[in-house]
Design a protein around this ligand. Structure first.
Ligand code: UT7
Length: 330
């Protein structure tokens, strides 16, 4: 079969959430905020927070084990591991190498991918290229985040938004359907709207003194909000239009979960019914960056929200700025 004709689809999905739950009531005791403000402005009620000794690699491996089990394939069948994360446990080794080791997988290429909240969609697209090109048959794509580790817990404008967790999927060849179309994009000029400096980024080498202390996530939320609505809508349309699809053909949009007001505005612009065609889990999960789309996908599968032949759309936006949408036939 010609490379371009190979169909690449999702063989199995998995997710992992840490045990500890942080509610809006808990946050009311930590910063000057209210459950009412957080709920009406974001749609978030609670989020999971990893234990101090729980690593991003631990969470990613747990989600990956479930994805492998659901795909019905053993770790020895994985040819490539991609981990999307902006909160790696270390600069190096990569979280992907840690996940590889924890799963007992030997020698396959493994690397991290940094595209913030769009990382899972970027990861799917990279995996698709490897499979279509014939250099991998089964690719494990993981998105794992411990945002609690880079959150300023005294800043009410950000600390109410984020949570921890991991999602994973095994991608491989399918008879028909699978990934139908993808659009990825980035605009580095918006980098200052959402960022977290690397610990060593201000060091000037051997004569420049020590690196600055670790920094925390910084965000200009209301500016980002407008970019999110526009770019998530545009990305979705850029994917579905050339496929001859309309919003009515999309069974379920599984978006990055930053804010229910953003997602309802995107749904309105696309002309989809938010009640039936928009998957939301942020009420109980918060924003988990790359892991949000991954966990939402795994949970939608678990809940039986799509059946064979249905077309779903992943749609993500985040720091970078980055964005990505992907239409997949189930
Ligand atoms: O993950 C991918 C990228 N991220 C996003 O796309 C996030 C996009 N942005 C958002 O979701 C929203 O902008 C936020 C939820 C972050 C903020 O909502 P907003 O409606 O844009 O609020 P705002 O930042 O304009 O703040 C409005 C007011 C301010 O008070 P004043 O200046 O009007 O008196 C804030 O100080 O709300 C205040 N505020 C809070 N009040 C109570 C900000 N955070 C809180 C809080 N509790 N936690």
């Amino acid at each position: 079969m010609a490379e371009a004709d190979r169909h690449v689809g999702i063989l199995g999905t998995g997710s992992y959430l840490p045990e500890k739950v942080l509610t809006n009531a808990d946050l009311e005791r930590m910063v000057d905020t209210t459950d009412e403000w957080i709920t009406t402005r974001t749609g978030i009620k609670e989020r999971h927070i990893a234990a101090d000794d729980e690593t991003v690699g631990d969470m990613g491996a747990a989600a990956a084990r479930q994805a492998l089990a659901n795909a019905g394939i053993g770790p020895e069948s994985i040819d490539l591991i991609i981990v999307a994360t902006i909160t790696p446990d270390s600069y190096f080794p990569s979280t992907a190498c840690q996940v590889q080791h924890k799963l007992g997988i030997k020698n396959v290429p493994s690397f991290d991918l940094s595209a913030a909240c769009s990382g899972f969609v970027y990861g799917f697209s990279v995996a698709e290229q490897f499979i279509k090109g014939g250099s991998a048959k089964h690719v494990l794509v993981v998105a794992a985040e411990k945002l609690s580790a880079i959150t300023d817990w005294s800043d009410r404008s950000t600390c109410v938004l984020f949570g921890d967790g991991a999602g994973a999927a095994v991608l491989g060849p399918v008879e028909s359907g699978g990934i139908l179309g993808t659009h990825l994009g980035a605009d580095g000029s918006g980098g200052d709207l959402l960022y977290c400096r690397a610990t060593a980024s201000r060091s000037n080498g051997p004569h420049g003194g020590s690196p600055t202390p670790s920094n925390t996530l910084q965000m200009q939320g209301n500016v980002l909000f407008k970019h999110a609505v526009r770019l998530m809508t545009d990305a979705a349309l850029t994917v579905i239009k050339p496929l001859g699809l309309t919003a009515a053909d999309i069974k379920l949009i599984i978006p990055h979960q930053a804010n229910s007001r953003i997602l309802n505005a995107v749904a309105k612009r696309l002309g989809i019914d938010p009640q039936t065609q928009l998957y939301l889990n942020l009420e109980k999960r918060g924003n988990m960056s790359a892991a949000s789309t991954a966990i939402a996908l795994a949970e939608a599968v678990e809940e039986g929200r799509m059946k064979r032949g249905d077309i779903i759309l992943l749609d993500a936006f985040g720091g970078g700025l980055t964005w990505g949408a992907m239409a997949i036939q189930w």
